[in-house]
Write a protein that binds this ligand. Structure first.
Ligand SMILES: [Zn+2]
Length: 322
């Protein structure tokens, strides 16, 4: 995010919201103006041993400290919080997160009690997709698919401009779509889920199984491109899994574009070329094929999304009382 001036409030200070993006290993926060620009993104690491209710308490502490350290030039009346896993936005609850180890964490109530400000809660990938649609690569699109390729395989299906959430807030996820019936066992209990193959964690595990060596995704890709057969097979199998999950979703959803973000998007054409080829192969009577676009907001997309949720909640509240 870039520094900018935000709108001035009646008190002469710049009116902002506090945007909070909770990840598996750190919490990012920023004071965000209505136009999506923020004062500064600050990253606070989470103690990896703090899981479940301890992780939730650590998030509340970080939000409280961030507010207490707000610059005197800003006034903040709303918090936007985006979290990973299964999220209940209406209840403000983190239903389940493998990374953070919580179940039914009532984060909105905890933060509102501690900080005295209203909190809007959302799913991190869905909120990042909303931000890409508002300010990033998907401007002008309303039916589209967002791939957040990181340690896990995060996805959002945007239908009529909103993240599709389904019956139990699990809708739009491709991570656990089965792409290899006899594939690797997934922590979810199934076999052959897309995330066991194409994700930072999946690629590293599959490479270790093949070779007995640990390697990062950039190392695996570099080894594949320099001719190492094991790395090539692991990479190609992973990409085939992603292409299959994505094109099946595209055949069902009929998106106008697919936006690819997350750290693994840095693989570039090694990823984009097979995805593009896969999309060329969609059912022929829905031409033109969806555009394939790199995400525009980078690692801060979740923070932009948290800010967007907060501003929408604040504006809704104001229009309700006016
Ligand atoms: Zn699974």
């Amino acid at each position: 995010m870039t520094a900018t001036n935000s709108s001035a409030s009646a008190t002469g200070t710049d009116e902002v919201v506090l945007a909070v993006d909770v990840g598996g290993s750190a919490v990012k926060h920023a004071f965000a103006a209505a136009n999506g620009a923020s004062v500064q993104v600050t990253r606070t690491p989470l103690d990896p041993s703090a899981r479940g209710s301890d992780a939730a308490a650590a998030v509340v502490d970080i939000v409280h400290r961030a507010l207490s350290q707000a610059p005197p030039s800003v006034s903040c009346h709303q918090i936007g919080l985006v979290i990973p896993g299964i999220v209940d936005p209406e209840g403000g609850v983190g239903r389940y997160s493998v990374m953070l180890g919580w179940r039914d964490a009532p984060l909105r109530d905890m933060i509102e009690r501690r900080c005295g400000l209203p909190v809007a809660v959302g799913h991190d990938v869905g909120a990042a997709a909303l931000a890409e649609q508002e300010w990033g690569a998907a401007r002008g699109h309303s039916h589209w698919l967002f791939l957040a390729l990181g340690t896990g395989l995060g996805t959002a299906m945007m239908l009529e401009g909103r993240p599709y959430r389904g019956h139990n807030n699990w809708g739009g996820e491709l991570a656990h779509v089965k792409v290899e019936p006899e594939g690797p066992t997934c922590p979810c209990g199934k076999t052959g889920c897309a995330e066991t193959l194409f994700s930072g964690r999946g690629l590293a595990l599959r490479y270790f199984e093949r070779t007995g060596h640990h390697a990062s995704v950039p190392e695996i890709l570099e080894r594949a491109e320099s001719g190492e057969a094991a790395a090539r097979q692991v990479w190609d199998r992973a990409v085939a899994a992603l292409v299959l999950a994505t094109t099946n979703a595209a055949d069902s959803l009929n998106p106008s574009c697919i936006v690819v973000g997350g750290g693994l998007a840095a693989a570039g054409e090694a990823l984009f070329a097979p995805l593009r080829a896969g999309l060329q192969d969609l059912v022929r009577f829905v031409e033109p094929v969806p555009e394939l676009l790199p995400a525009a907001l980078g690692a801060d997309a979740g923070s932009y999304g948290a800010g967007l949720l907060a501003w929408r909640a604040l504006n809704d509240r104001r229009s309700d009382v006016s």
